[in-house]
Design a binder for this molecule. Structure first.
Ligand SMILES: *[C@@H]1O[C@H](CO)[C@@H](O)[C@H](O)[C@H]1NC(C)=O
Ligand SMILES: *[C@@H]1O[C@H](CO)[C@@H](O)[C@H](O)[C@H]1NC(C)=O
Ligand SMILES: *[C@@H]1O[C@H](CO)[C@@H](O)[C@H](O)[C@H]1NC(C)=O
Ligand SMILES: *[C@@H]1O[C@H](CO)[C@@H](O)[C@H](O)[C@H]1NC(C)=O
Ligand SMILES: *[C@@H]1O[C@H](CO)[C@@H](O)[C@H](O)[C@H]1NC(C)=O
Length: 639
């Protein structure tokens, strides 16, 4: 015994001297409602998964790759990549697979217990807690939530230095993630992305209306397609390339559209669309459910589809990515799994706390073909608009980085991804703000940015309004009715090159010195600012559950911008050009400066402050401004 003991010690010491242990991730606080109850039992089994590092997927490399196909000065502008090239470029190396597998088996876990996913993205082992603790130099504890739910996690974990470059993320480790978000919900219950009460899923309905104003004079009271066309100079003749073009709206079950509402809206605004429906592409059992009705179940989908379909017209089909079954629900990673088979990991590389795990363990839920989840089943549309978002702080930096890299890959494929920027100004969903310990409460003083808006590889859309008593021919303001345009500076992502000049200008002119105490937002000037652009988000006339109502939110702004970009794509495709793809390097470039209506009034309050000011030039309230479609089209046809 004694001999064996000293032998083990000696091996441990040798390994240490070759490769010191390095902390890979650490949680700074326990989410609200959770407490540590006991050390986890050493012989319990954990499904340990190592997400391998993707080469070339660091922010700087991704930005350089995207610039090559998206920057106006690049000779390769528009030369988007094939899906195969993307997969190959980011596939984890054989060296990473071998290094991680050898390390695990050299640590005493039999090689045959270690499995590698088909796509080589994940190394997996069912490890006892004792084995996992030894591998990761950590301690696993069981935590209990006030609601009674238990969760296994550690506070921090370590990897040998020679393993660090090969591993992006290890699960289960520090993440409570979405539980932070759920515990913040009014009921403290588990809220998935599409459910009522989750974040920006709910555009806000103020009042029902009994009559629709059809005069442009009334756009300060009611926004209709005619108002938007006038505001943004958005007139486009019949599409010429509809069969090659595509525009997708993303919805998360149980949020769903009601056909009778679409028809009611079409009858008043676009009568040739009566009877038209989006082309359904279900992901992981997505269903357009009609069991639960009401504004909270239909408001978002109706708003998005009425305006997306109404603005592109009947000749351009609109696709609906309906994500998640009724039982499990789903999250952004589930959609990304369907758009990119390589991102998808076998046996669910998704995070159980954030993403739907398919096949759904509930026998009534979605099982998929061959008891599978949907991986790489959908060829991405040219433009994808999503009006849902998390607070960046709901998610760990590693999780957001991995997802953000996927948006960059979509950009390489020539896909434009737009997200609404949030409806609570500088505060997060549900008006939550951050505290110094990382928790989120309504009384928090620290600005709470929105994700994926802070990912530098998507286009974030803020909200504006027609001012009271003003016409569509007068400048709009940042939205100051019912909702405030989400905006600010990321705590996770560095500033991309394309916005450096714009953001530096804003910081120099308006935030030097900062009117806010240190620590309220990232003042470094080196973090990603959002939104990128904006569009009207107030007083939308929407048909919901058999009546017309006025609806507010960046939820409205995103699909409107998506519709305009879809028509730009039509014009480009019609003359043999490629779709616009990732637009940010282009829209921030000097050539595009006149293509946006600069918004210079209004603020985005939150966290007990007036937030930031909309000003001349870029601002973290309305971005570069609202689109002038005719000018954008002309500029994009030259490229
Ligand atoms: C871990 O155990 C589960 C349940 O027995 C099994 O389904 C899974 O395939 C195992 N995974 C690995 C990597 O051995
Ligand atoms: C919508 O259109 C229908 C049919 O044209 C019409 O009867 C109704 O009054 C319109 N609704 C409103 C609120 O204008
Ligand atoms: C708009 O006009 C109405 C009627 O003329 C007036 O009562 C109201 O105060 C005006 N509102 C603003 C914000 O100017
Ligand atoms: C601000 O953001 C930058 C870029 O992401 C980061 O390097 C820096 O650590 C952040 N500063 C603070 C105080 O969070
Ligand atoms: C916004 O503008 C007001 C009025 O000019 C000014 O007092 C305030 O400091 C500005 N706030 C920020 C964050 O720029």
């Amino acid at each position: 015994m004694l001999v064996l003991f000293s032998l083990v010690l000696a091996v441990g010491a040798a390994a240490q001297s070759i490769s010191p242990s390095v902390q890979h991730a650490k949680r700074h606080s326990l989410p609200a409602g959770w407490s540590r109850v006991r050390r986890h039992s050493p012989d319990a089994v954990l499904p340990l998964r190592f997400g391998l590092a993707q080469p070339n997927a660091d922010m700087k490399s991704l930005e350089a790759l995207l610039n090559d196909v998206s920057h106006p000065d690049s000779p390769n502008y528009g030369n988007h990549w094939s899906a195969g090239r993307v997969a190959k470029h980011f596939a984890p190396t054989t060296e990473s697979v071998n290094t991680v597998v050898s390390w695990i088996s050299d640590s005493g876990v039999a090689r045959e217990r270690v499995r590698v996913s088909k796509t080589k993205g994940w190394v997996m082992v069912n490890a006892t807690v004792a084995e996992a603790e030894a591998l990761l130099n950590t301690e696993y504890h069981v935590y209990a939530h006030d609601s009674g739910k238990e969760h296994v996690a550690c506070d921090a974990y370590h990897l040998p230095a020679h393993i660090v470059p090969h591993v992006e993320v290890v699960t289960p480790t520090i993440d409570f993630n979405a539980i932070l978000r759920r515990s913040a919900s009014p009921t403290g219950t588990h809220i998935r992305v599409g459910e009522p009460g989750f974040g920006t899923v709910n555009p806000v309905m103020k009042s029902k209306i009994s009559s629709i104003f059809h005069q442009l004079d009334d756009c300060d009271k009611q926004i209709t397609p005619a108002c938007l066309r006038a505001l943004y100079n958005f007139v486009y003749p019949l599409p010429l390339a509809a069969s090659r073009n595509s525009y997708a709206i993303v919805e998360y079950t149980p949020q769903a559209y009601l056909g009778s509402d679409l028809d009611m809206w079409f009858a008043n605004f676009s009568s040739d669309l009566v009877g038209a429906r989006p082309v359904l592409k279900a992901v992981d059992g997505g269903v357009v459910q009609t069991d639960s009705k009401g504004f909270n179940f239909n408001g978002e989908s109706n708003l998005d589809l009425e305006y997306a379909m109404g603005l592109v017209g009947k000749h351009q089909p609109v696709t609906l990515y309906q994500v998640g079954d009724l039982q499990m629900g789903a999250s952004f990673n589930n959609l990304l799994d369907a758009l990119d088979g390589e991102f998808c990991s076998f046996e669910g590389g998704d995070d159980e706390e954030n993403d739907g795990i398919y096949p759904d363990p509930d026998p009534a839920g979605y099982q998929g073909a061959l008891r599978c989840k949907d991986c790489g089943t959908i060829k991405p549309a040219n433009v994808i608009s999503t009006s849902y978002g998390y607070n960046e702080a709901d998610l760990s930096p590693a999780y957001t980085a991995r997802q953000c890299a996927e948006y960059a890959k979509l950009g390489l494929l020539g896909v434009t991804v737009v997200y609404s920027s949030g409806d609570n100004g500088v505060a997060g969903n549900s008006a939550l703000c951050l505290n110094p310990d990382g928790t989120q409460t309504r009384g928090g003083k620290i600005f709470n940015p929105s994700f994926p808006s802070t990912c530098p590889f998507i286009t974030s859309i803020g909200a504006t309004q027609v001012n009271p008593n003003a016409t569509v021919f007068q400048p709009e303001s940042a939205c100051q009715q019912v909702i405030f345009s989400g905006g600010g500076f990321s705590n996770y992502f560095g500033i991309p090159d394309y916005q450096k000049g714009a953001v530096e200008g804003y910081i120099k002119a308006h935030l030097t010195p900062s009117p806010y105490p240190a620590g309220v937002y990232n003042t470094s000037g080196t973090s990603r600012a959002y939104p990128d652009i904006s569009a009207n988000g107030a007083n939308y006339v929407v048909a919901v559950d058999g009546t017309f109502a006025l609806v507010y939110g960046t939820s409205a702004s995103a699909p409107v911008v998506g519709a305009m970009l879809t028509m730009v794509n039509d014009a480009r495709l019609a003359i043999g050009k490629k779709p616009v793809g990732f637009i940010n390097p282009m829209i921030y470039s000097p050539a595009f400066q006149g293509a946006f209506n600069d918004i210079t009034t209004g603020t985005n309050p939150g966290c007990g402050t007036p937030g930031f000011n909309a000003t001349k030039g870029y601002d973290p309230v309305t971005g570069l401004g609202t689109p002038n479609f005719a000018k954008l089209l002309a500029l994009w046809l030259l490229k």
